[in-house]
Design a protein around this ligand. Structure first.
Ligand SMILES: [Ca+2]
Length: 534
């Protein structure tokens, strides 16, 4: 029977009836999409991490598929989520390629296509954010469906959200329609986004600093850094536990087998040289997918390069909605359904040979409202990065507190070491100017610290990847390649008070800018002077 179901669930989209017609004995699956906020690939048990415990993620991976090479197209919340929702690279999304932005009305998202085709769509926690989703018919546009946010809980630390995600999910399931029609639910955890309760990983999580085998070499191996990492770990574990509650509820209701569980994260860890950069710790993200009725030979580990632009094509295919009838702009992504169906381990789809990454404007604080444009490609275990404006500061300006790096004990320590003349090498790696081109051998240098660009031995590889990258970007009509790339710097912030922030700080219009930027510490500003006697 299972086999029969598996086969019929994969009839190509154009042969399937639309979801809303398929109400009795339907096989159209439900979808539970679980997304952490700021967790890197490397910090899940299934990826081999020993100091973060994620039994639920690991079980979903072992009873479904574990993807070893899933990357977001852009390592920052809003553009990463926009990429998921539209199936397009962030540079194909106009304002949607930036952070703290206005979501362009012209881009329909897959949740809207699901809704048009009979799915019930809801979410809890963080949907598409931060930014302004715009209005539809006089109402705020719901990019991840109807919000379910009534239930609260007592979280284990003050920095973890009070939202009771699992109880909100139960409210969604209890909704009258949710039992009759297929549904899609977006669980957007707010963890492990900062801030953290300092020392909670040790005090509440029972962790020890020695559990961390190796501190990435781009941070100092110091007590504060290890403590910071364990606080981050504790919040990933909280995320994992909430998914466990949700899966338990699906089991109780007898609807687990035809529900696809997807677990991922929007971007890498909120630490210097990780989130909002273009390295392994920025873009490489966890991905486990379980679907009892639809995945062949569960337990496989997949090495194919997968990108966030692949989610929307996958979800529409399993829902039986042909892309051309979805009303969405074309996607360069590719459905993962052939990987679900395949009996193979390792590299399944020979066509998946590279993936593309990049960024534009994240937070605020560079002259002229500029972002830090990057385009990059991963292929054959090499990461090639093109920094399009290497004269700009990659993490933001010193006078405005390096606002692309969230405030943290790790950031503070790196700044103190530089300022005190102790060691500026960590500062250079995270805040210092970068070369126009970077090349890393991911197999030998997973931390991406040894730039091979310009070395004769790697000249051919560098040239090959640069060529492939720009060929693709041209095909995708990336404004940075086809014409007016600086348009990304002219798109307004959704919060107009951020416009010309750098200039307002420099000319004294804003006197205490740290009061307007709570995501960093006041001492992150090179212009911050502590008041005397404090
Ligand atoms: Ca995020």
């Amino acid at each position: 029977m299972i086999k029969t179901l598996t086969v019929s669930a994969f009839i190509p989209g154009h042969l399937l009836m639309y979801a809303q017609k398929d109400t009795n004995n339907r096989q159209t699956p439900n979808i539970l999409f679980c997304i952490a906020d700021d967790a890197s690939f490397h910090h899940f048990g299934a990826a081999g991490c020993t100091w973060v415990e994620t039994p639920v993620f690991d079980k979903v991976a072992s009873e479904g598929l574990f993807f070893n090479n899933c990357y977001t197209s852009n390592a920052k919340s809003a553009p990463s989520r926009a990429s998921i929702l539209t199936g397009r690279y962030s540079w194909q999304l106009k304002d949607g390629g930036n952070h703290i932005t206005n979501f362009p009305a012209e881009f329909k998202v897959f949740t809207e296509a699901l809704s048009d085709n009979g799915y019930i769509v809801g979410y809890t926690g963080k949907g598409w954010a931060p930014g302004n989703p715009g209005m539809v018919g006089g109402q705020r546009r719901l990019l991840t469906g109807k919000p379910y946010n009534k239930r609260n809980t007592n979280p284990p630390t003050a920095s973890i959200s009070k939202e009771d995600y699992a109880a909100n999910f139960i409210d969604f399931l209890d909704g009258s329609e949710a039992g009759e029609k297929p549904w899609f639910f977006w669980f957007g955890a707010r963890e492990p986004h900062r801030p953290y309760e300092y020392g909670s990983g040790i005090a509440e999580g029972g962790k020890r600093k020695e559990m961390i085998g190796e501190v990435p070499p781009f941070w100092p191996d110091a007590e504060e850094v290890r403590t910071d990492m364990l606080d981050y770990a504790f919040e990933i574990e909280y995320f994992d536990k909430q998914i466990g509650k949700m899966i338990g509820e699906l089991e109780r209701r007898g609807i687990l087998d035809n529900t696809i569980i997807i677990i991922t994260s929007d971007n890498g860890m909120p630490f210097p040289r990780a989130k909002a950069n273009n390295y392994e710790y920025s873009h490489h993200l966890p991905l486990a997918v379980m679907w009892k009725n639809g995945i062949n030979r569960p337990g496989r580990k997949i090495n194919d390069l997968v990108n966030f632009v692949d989610f929307a094509p996958t979800i529409l295919e399993v829902a039986g909605i042909p892309w051309r009838l979805s009303g969405m702009h074309p996607s360069p992504g590719k459905s993962l359904v052939n990987i679900f169906k395949s009996p193979l381990d390792g590299h399944v789809d020979p066509a998946r040979t590279y993936t593309l990454l990049g960024r534009e404007r994240d937070d605020i604080g560079r002259p002229g409202n500029q972002g830090y444009p990057i385009r990059a490609i991963i292929s054959d275990d090499f990461l090639y990065i093109k920094n399009l404006k290497p004269h700009l500061m990659p993490a933001g300006n010193p006078e405005t507190g390096y606002l692309d790096i969230d405030g943290s004990p790790t950031k503070t320590l790196i700044l103190e070491m530089m300022r005190g003349g102790v060691d500026s090498s960590y500062y250079e790696l995270s805040m210092g100017l970068r070369s126009a081109e970077e090349l890393y051998n991911l197999r030998e240098d997973p931390f991406c610290v040894e730039n091979l660009a310009g070395e004769e031995e790697y000249a051919a590889k560098q040239k090959e990847l640069r060529k492939l990258l720009f060929l693709q970007l041209r095909e995708q009509k990336d404004p940075r390649v086809t014409g007016d790339g600086d348009v990304f710097d002219r798109y307004p912030y959704s919060d107009p008070s951020f416009w010309n922030f750098y200039e307002d700080v420099m000319d004294g219009t804003i006197r205490e800018p740290w009061k307007l930027t709570p995501w960093v510490n006041p001492t992150d500003y090179e212009t911050y002077k502590k008041e005397e006697g404090k």
